[in-house]
Design a protein around this ligand. Structure first.
Ligand code: FAD
Ligand code: NAD
Length: 479
């Protein structure tokens, strides 16, 4: 007889494992099928995020930043560090240790919550049955009361720049270089390209980023994007916009990248090339043709606002469905779906999902950009305040960037907050909380912010909306 579960989750990334844990916590018999095999050849939970995404990239961003600071940033504090040396294999080993801790931690959590971790491939069949094919052994069919598809995404490949051993790599390979490439090429000035480009640039690589579009980070508020680009240039990261890659060749242990821009055909020779041109939903062999699940025109599994597919009792979450490809979005969708299955009424506020780019300075935002609100025709007002005028930022020698607040002209409700600067990834959460509670800029103006703190820049940006910033010599006229 087929094994039966209340909930079968396919995929053990931040969407799938969170859904499985929540379902089990709500009293449902739950299995989580995951097929990921890590570089040591072992099954590992945590998906892209824990294995080759968020966690390892942030580990390397932190290590490389510490090295960069020791080399370039200590002197101003009076600290002499003349013999700073980078041991890349040690840095990679530390990153691997962090990944292992995270992925083992997920396995421990599934166990502690009584979730069955099934190691192998899952496939949704008709009638909410799931075919489970273990890494070793025969396939079996599971009966599921509910199924949650959480198979994640995979890197988009470029036919003119095929991956090649450790020389032309996607995200996973770019986390494994054993020495600092003298010259590094990156195709795509998106989040992965800029974060991983930053890692190797800080360690000494000469980095050239080739971006097809003329618009740098189009999803980011234009003013913020401009400030980040200026800072990246100052770090010697060469971002070439409107540049189209036409081909790559491996020649004498180097990669020759051919591309064209407004000045005609160009070529670039690099030691390593990272291809980071976006990710696409991973739906390969995930459901049978008669399962009733459909894809939308962009290849995502078609779901409604509650992540329900067209088949009652079958849901899909995370990178495999519409919306930003972010780990926290996947997790919250997983939790929401488990709660819906348990009969709770719940929903995600998709307008309040923060995004962060972990460059230096960091970029973080939530809500509408100025370009979006301008094109909507709605009346709005803005306030900005620079970290340059903040005492804590000056004390830390971290004065690049600003906070920009966008509010409804009439109601004063905060509609968007955009930050480029130190600790942007943390400050943004204050904006998320404010927006979740429908705060106005006046609400934030009236709150007391601890001094000296970087968050005071958010406070002053809210004050600036009404021309009331204290630490500003610029007098803004009220509209
Ligand atoms: P995934 O994490 O992709 O997990 C899906 C899992 O399902 C995988 O383990 C896969 O092997 C498994 N699977 C697929 N098909 C099957 C099947 N048929 N049967 C069994 N198992 C299957 N996001 C952030 O929010 N912050 C960051 O800082 C961040 N940094 C990133 C850095 C990099 C380099 C990359 C590549 C991504 C980053 N992301 C970041 C994005 C984030 O990793 C994804 O949004 C997130 O992992 C999506 O979660 P998921 O659960 O939908 O899918
Ligand atoms: P992306 O969509 O952020 O950027 C891809 C870039 O490549 C775009 O600017 C695009 O115009 C460019 N591009 C596409 N084809 C090209 C070509 N042929 N030549 C040159 N440029 C080309 O994608 P990504 O950087 O691969 O990241 C994928 C997703 O992973 C992100 O959208 C994000 O959701 C997630 N992610 C998040 C974080 C984070 O939250 N900090 C970090 C990394 C990744």
């Amino acid at each position: 007889m087929a094994k039966s579960y209340d909930v079968v989750v396919i995929g053990g990334g931040p969407g799938g494992y969170a859904a499985a844990i929540k379902a089990a916590q709500l009293g449902m018999k739950t299995a989580c099928i995951d097929m990921y095999i890590n570089k040591d050849g072992n099954p590992a939970l945590g998906g892209t995020c824990a294995n080759v995404g968020c966690i390892p990239s942030k580990a390397l961003l932190d290590s490389s930043w510490k090295y960069h600071e020791a080399k370039e940033g200590f002197a101003i504090h009076g600290i002499e560090a003349k013999t700073v040396k980078m041991n890349v294999p040690e840095m990679i080993k530390r990153k691997d240790g962090i990944v292992k801790k995270q992925t083992d931690g997920v396995a421990m959590l599934l166990k502690a919550n009584g979730v069955d971790w099934l190691q192998g491939r899952g496939k949704l069949l008709s009638g909410k049955q799931v075919e489970f094919t273990p890494h070793e052994g025969d396939a079996e069919t599971l009966d599921a009361g509910n199924v949650i598809l959480a198979a994640g995404s995979e890197p988009i490949s470029l036919p003119m720049a095929p991956l090649h051993e450790d020389m032309v790599v996607a995200n996973a390979g770019a986390l494994e270089f054993t020495e600092v490439p003298k010259k590094l090429g990156v195709i795509g000035a998106g989040i992965i390209g800029l974060e991983l480009g930053s890692v190797w640039s800080r360690l000494g690589s000469e980095v050239v980023v080739i971006e097809a579009m003329d618009n740098f980070l189009p999803m980011v508020d234009r003013q913020v994007g401009k400030e980040l680009l200026k800072n990246l240039k100052a770090q010697n990261i060469d971002v070439q916009l409107s540049a189209r890659v036409t081909g790559t060749k491996i020649e004498k242990n180097k990669v020759k990248v051919e591309y064209s821009n407004a000045d005609g055909d160009q070529s670039l020779v690099v030691d390593k090339l990272i291809v980071a041109v976006g990710r696409r939903p991973y739906t390969e062999d995930l459901f049978s043709a008669d399962s009733g699940v459909n894809l939308d025109e962009r290849g995502f599994i078609f779901v409604n606002h509650s992540c329900a597919t067209e088949v009652p009792g079958v849901y899909a979450i995370g990178d495999i469905v519409r919306g930003p490809a972010l780990a926290h979005k996947a997790t919250e969708e997983g939790v929401m779906v488990a709660e819906i299955i348990a009969g709770h009424h719940t929903a995600i506020n998709y307008d309040c999902i923060p995004s962060v780019i972990y460059t230096h300075p960091e970029v973080a935002w939530v809500g509408v950009t100025e370009e979006q609100i301008k094109s909507s025709g709605d009346a709005y007002k803005t306030g900005t305040f620079a970290f340059m005028a903040n005492g804590r930022a000056a004390a830390a020698n971290e004065t690049a960037g600003f906070v920009k607040v966008i509010a409804d002209e009439e109601t004063d409700r905060v509609l968007g907050v955009h930050i480029v600067g130190p600790q942007a990834s943390e400050i943004i959460m204050q904006a998320v909380i404010a927006m979740e509670f429908g705060a106005s800029t006046e609400d934030l103006q009236m709150m007391v912010f601890a001094h000296p703190g970087l968050s005071e820049v958010l406070h002053e940006a809210c004050l600036d909306v009404d021309g009331k910033a204290i630490h500003s010599a610029k007098r803004k006229r009220k509209k």
